[in-house]
Design a protein around this ligand. Structure first.
Ligand SMILES: [Zn+2]
Length: 348
């Protein structure tokens, strides 16, 4: 499928696209250089689209982007925010989080049995927006709120959500952080008496009978006693939760912000067990990640880069060279992945 050929870039025409991509890449190079040293760095990008998976395989469909215009866009938005849609089917929503800086990611899983899991909540500034989106979807509680790691572009939004929603369980890694955002989240979890569970390799989560989530990272036993006293950005990122979700015979691999070194480690330990139909590009599609050997082991049909700012043309090309469809929230908007009779990914 070639839908991303058109992308939203169609609006700009071929010349615009030709100029825009190098320009974006340049801006990102500058920004990542500046931001990477900070507490959370990377608030990656965002994609908005919907994917439906079926026995025949996965498919991605555009939300209408260029040619479609307003009407198609409206249709997609209606579908994206229609809570009824999730009845009886697994649905995964990638929220496009707009912000001046990197806004992080927020991914909502709606299991066929009605259980909900939010993976990350973006930066603090987008928290109210995520809360609004969840409200639009008719959600008054989350069964599971997940923080893949304690960087602000993943936990920041929880400073809002922990106040506005009933959260039944908070799942994260046993990796502490020193930032004010982290302290706020920990304080809110205590104040609201929300049970916190640390996940590690080998843990299994079940959303009803049909959805299984296997935790592949961080390594068993990860905790303050196994970590250096001073945690670098890369150490924290490499201890991100990596989770492989399976539903019927389809799968999606969530990777947090792991870097190449952790990818190599996973490939060595798990090899073909990493295979997934959809890959959540590690570290928002940044050049720190998405090594060739990792892509080869996962063999995804679709890749989603959750990033409001496009991270790396080289990484994008690496996936495209293997004929893998790439969706980027910052370009494609909200993304909806549905596992139905036929697999389809939808975007605006
Ligand atoms: Zn991140």
């Amino acid at each position: 499928m070639n839908h991303h050929r058109n992308w939203k870039l169609g609006k700009w025409g071929r010349w615009g696209a030709a100029l825009l991509i190098p320009l974006l890449a340049l801006i990102l190079l500058v920004f990542t250089g500046v931001l990477d040293g900070k507490d959370g760095e990377d608030q990656g990008d965002h994609i908005s689209a919907s994917v439906e998976l079926s026995a025949d395989g996965l498919g991605l469909t555009g939300e209408g982007e260029l040619a479609a215009g307003e009407e198609q866009n409206q249709d997609f938005i209606q579908r994206f925010f229609n809570p009824e849609l999730s009845n009886g089917q697994l649905q995964i929503r990638y929220f496009h989080l707009e912000a001046e800086e990197k806004s992080g990611d927020a991914i909502l899983i709606h299991a066929p049995n009605g259980e909900t899991m939010l993976i990350d909540a973006g930066i603090k500034e987008v928290g109210p927006k995520v809360a609004e989106y969840l409200q639009q979807l008719g959600l008054t509680h989350l069964d599971y709120a997940v923080a893949t790691h304690p960087h602000h572009d993943h936990i920041g939004g929880y400073t809002t959500l922990l106040r506005t929603l009933e959260i039944k369980q908070f799942l994260t890694v046993n990796v502490p952080h020193t930032t004010e955002t982290y302290k706020s989240v920990v304080a809110l979890l205590e104040e609201r008496q929300i049970p916190v569970t640390y996940l590690e390799e080998g843990d299994l989560l079940q959303l009803g009978e049909e959805v299984t989530i296997e935790v592949l990272n961080p390594p068993k036993g990860t905790g303050p006693s196994t970590l250096p006293a001073e945690l670098s950005t890369s150490t924290i990122n490499n201890h991100s939760l990596v989770m492989r979700l399976t539903y019927e015979d389809q799968s999606i691999l969530f990777t947090g912000d792991i870097y190449k070194e952790r990818e190599y480690d996973l490939v060595e330990r798990l090899g073909p067990k990493l295979q997934a139909d959809v890959l959540d590009a590690p570290h928002h599609g940044d050049k720190t990640s998405s090594s060739k050997s990792f892509i080869t082991a996962v063999q995804p049909k679709y890749v989603i880069m959750s990033a409001n700012l496009f991270q790396s043309k080289a990484v994008y090309d690496r996936y495209r060279k293997q004929d893998i469809d790439v969706f980027i929230t910052g370009i494609d908007g909200h993304l909806l992945i549905t596992w139905g009779q036929t697999p389809t990914v939808l975007k605006r």
